[in-house]
Each structure stands twice: as C-alpha cells, then as structure tokens.
Design a protein around this ligand. Structure first.
Ligand SMILES: CC(C)(COP(=O)(O)OP(=O)(O)OC[C@H]1O[C@@H](n2cnc3c(N)ncnc32)[C@H](O)[C@@H]1OP(=O)(O)O)[C@@H](O)C(=O)NCCC(=O)NCCS
Length: 104
C-alpha cells in the first residue's frame, strides 16, 4: 500500500510517497503554487505513485487557498515525453516547458 505523507516546511510543503518503509517518490509545492519538483524512483514509475502524489498536492493546495499550480518540465529527453503525458492526463496546460493548472 502506498501512503502519501505531507510535511509542511517554511515556504513549501513536501509530499512523500512511502510503501513498506521505503520512499518511492516525492513532490514539493511552494506556497505560491509552484510545483518545485515531482519525482518517482525509476523502478517505481508507471504504478500510479505520481498520480497519488499530484492528487495529494492538488487536494491540499486547494485547502490552502492556492488557485493555480505552475511549474516547469525537466529538460532531460528521457523523462520529457512521459512527464508531458502525465501532466496532460492530469488536466495541466502545457506551454513550451511550462505547465499550469487552475484549481477550482
Ligand atoms: C512524471 C512522473 C512523476 C510520473 O510518475 P508515475 O508514477 O510514473 O506516473 P503514474 O504511474 O501515476 O502514471 C500516470 C500517467 O503518466 C503517464 N505514464 C506513466 N508511465 C508511462 C510510460 N511508461 N510511458 C508513457 N507514459 C507514462 C501516463 O500518461 C499515465 O497515464 P495512465 O494512468 O492513463 O496510463 C515520473 O515518470 C517521474 O518521476 N519522471 C521523472 C521526473 C520528472 O520528469 N518530473 C516532472 C517534472 S519536475
């Protein structure tokens, strides 16, 4: 079972996906709604860990009054196609290497 832990920091909130005592991935959201990072361990990708992380990010961002999530795709070619598919599937707008989603 995958559990998402939320750790509030100074200026950002970190989300950690944990299963069986191991971290499978993490995300970080700034208080201004900037998705600073979302990353799933290579051998855990494609198993909905990222979906659970972004779901938790959106849910608590909404609760905190964030109206828009913004971010950048990573430039490395290896992960670009997958991350594009990932964010498109989650309802994000993609413009060049910028991503955004209005929360309502
Ligand atoms: C992008 C990333 C976070 C997605 O996490 P994940 O746990 O692999 O994603 P999920 O298993 O939740 O998959 C959700 C969607 O992602 C896409 N996806 C997942 N695995 C894929 C694969 N092997 N090939 C293509 N698309 C794939 C699909 O659109 C999938 O939708 P589906 O559920 O309809 O199949 C992960 O691949 C990653 O860490 N990439 C490297 C870091 C990165 O690029 N971060 C984003 C910018 S900071």
């Amino acid at each position: 079972m995958i559990r998402i832990e939320r750790i509030k920091g100074d200026g950002c909130t970190v989300y950690r996906a944990v299963s069986g005592g191991r971290v499978l991935g993490f995300a970080s959201l700034g208080i201004d709604g900037e998705l600073e990072a979302i990353q799933v361990n290579k051998n855990a990708r494609g198993q909905r860990v990222g979906s659970k992380l972004i779901g938790a990010v959106e849910e608590s961002a909404r609760a905190d009054g964030v109206t828009k999530i913004t971010g950048k795709l990573r430039p490395d070619a290896d992960s670009t196609k997958r991350s594009r598919n990932f964010f498109e599937g989650k309802g994000f707008q993609i413009n060049g290497d910028s991503i955004s989603k209005n929360l309502r």
